[in-house]
Design a protein around this ligand. Structure first.
Ligand code: UTP
Length: 448
């Protein structure tokens, strides 16, 4: 893009201020700024402006929310779901989607969150545990399981480098597909795009919901079709307890012929910050924890249980065809009021002390109302959920390491091995995924 083309484009869209320091910029800065402007999707910018001005409601939510039916599988029903999931896995129909483009600002780690060290003994990273579970499943079911990893523009190179430096954790590099999510410019309240340096537009990742359009833009749906992938297991980078490609969950999804299935767990307290799946007007929907009122959080059933009892840790199964259908639709936009560095009239960078601008994000669960079939599946959080969100306190590396070790100790105890609380424990998922596999490995080792 040339300077003249950029001027015309910006004028047409009322964003000429982006070139106001042009004369002061070096050749390299000019080139970089033109490249940024070329990538801005002004159709989406116009949509953001409408949300900012209130012309379009950020999210149009109608109807009284009610709690959905949540399947709690046991006995024969559980066995049936596991068998269906195993069949799907062995047929090579399953792919894994990981969203790892977040900024991890609460953790404050300088690097992709997935590279954060969480192994209590080896110091292995979050990515290690995710990748090793996929490898374990592909060995178990003798099948290739493609692993689609979404990064942001900012953490793409460091993410790929982490996999390369660690030999892809044993996975075949051909089965690990990295792709970048979209980036959106930040804006002031009057819809003007912000420069955070004289020659740089402030851009931020477009949210985990950006995954759907990014899958399309990066040819991932085509890759899935070529591989015969029909069902996608989705999870977040911060939870090393997740049962990646859990056969019971995948099986229930296929038995129910759902387009979107969610694992849900009982909230640890009424105000825990988990999204809440609800039904309204015959559709499923997610209420963000920030939008839950005290009355909703504390509402009880006749038996004293919380009425809105189950929260979502963002562990999903999707039909590939469903996500593909959504990729050509506009997803709702969510506004976040943030402190964003700006540039004063003289070109000096000014740090913000108060929120002064807006970022826009898409959320994956906004796909819920679009799904033709939705299944909610309850799981035991002690076994599968302990995210690394904060540097300290709740949901921190310390709580996560403790929860991981407690799980491994339970598995070892069930396999007949008692381990003292004082001894650090870690199990490579490729060695064993559960107590039964530990027992099996133990027998093999004894025989050997
Ligand atoms: P979080 O909402 O926990 O955000 O993301 P975060 O950026 O990781 O952390 P904070 O809020 O800045 O502390 C939930 C999941 O969605 C992914 C994250 O990588 C994480 O797996 N995500 C989030 C993206 O992939 N892209 C985004 O734009 C936002």
């Amino acid at each position: 893009m040339t300077y003249e083309q950029a001027t015309t484009l910006l004028k047409k869209n009322g964003q000429e201020q982006l070139l106001r320091f042009w004369k002061k910029l070096s050749a390299a800065e000019r080139k970089a700024l033109l490249a940024q402007i070329e990538k801005i999707d002004f159709k989406e910018v116009a949509r953001c402006q409408k949300v900012l001005s209130g012309e379009v409601a950020a999210t149009a939510k109608k109807g009284k929310p009610t709690a959905p039916k949540v399947a709690e599988l046991k006995g024969a029903a559980l066995k049936k779901a596991v068998a269906a999931g195993e069949k799907e896995l062995a047929a090579g129909h399953v792919g894994v989607l990981l969203v790892a483009g977040g900024q991890g600002s609460r953790l404050g780690f300088d690097g992709p969150k997935g590279a954060y060290s969480i192994g209590p003994v080896t110091g292995a990273s979050l990515f290690y545990f995710h990748a090793r579970k996929i490898l374990a499943a592909s060995i178990k079911y003798a099948v290739r399981i493609p692993f689609y990893v979404m990064t942001s523009e900012a953490n793409y190179d460091a993410t790929v480098a982490h996999f390369e430096d660690n030999g892809y954790f044993g996975l075949d590099p051909e089965d690990v597909i990295f792709f970048r999510q979209g980036m959106w410019p930040g804006m002031t309240a009057d819809g003007k795009i912000i420069l955070d340096q004289p020659g740089r537009v402030f851009m931020s990742p477009d949210g985990h919901g950006g995954m759907i359009s990014a899958l399309k833009a990066n040819g991932c749906f085509a890759d899935m079709k070529k591989r015969g992938v029909k069902t996608l297991f989705y999870f977040q980078v911060d939870n090393p307890m997740v049962e990646v490609a859990d056969p019971a969950f995948i099986g229930l999804h296929t038995i129910e012929k759902s387009e979107y299935s969610l694992k849900l767990c009982a909230k640890r307290d009424p105000n825990e910050g988990l999204g809440m799946v609800v039904k309204r007007d015959g559709h499923f929907d997610m209420i963000e924890y920030t939008e839950m009122t005290d009355e909703m959080n504390n509402r009880r059933t006749k038996t004293g249980d919380l009425y809105f009892k189950f929260g979502s840790p963002a562990i999903h199964v999707f039909d590939r065809a469903f996500l593909e259908r959504l990729a050509s639709k506009d997803m709702p936009l969510h506004l976040a009021h943030k402190k964003i560095a700006t540039v004063d009239e003289k070109g000096k960078v000014v740090k913000a002390t108060e929120p002064n601008g807006y970022k826009f994000e898409k959320f994956i669960f906004d796909a819920l109302p679009e799904a033709k079939g939705v299944t909610c599946f309850a799981f035991d959080r002690a076994e599968e959920f302990s995210p690394v969100k904060n540097a300290e306190g709740k949901d921190s590396p310390a709580t996560c390491k403790a929860d991981l070790q407690a799980k491994w100790r339970r598995q070892l105890a069930a396999a007949g091995v008692q381990v003292s609380e004082k001894v650090p424990v870690e199990i490579d998922p490729v060695y064993a995924l559960d107590a039964a596999e530990i027992a099996q490995m133990g027998l093999l080792l004894t025989a050997w």
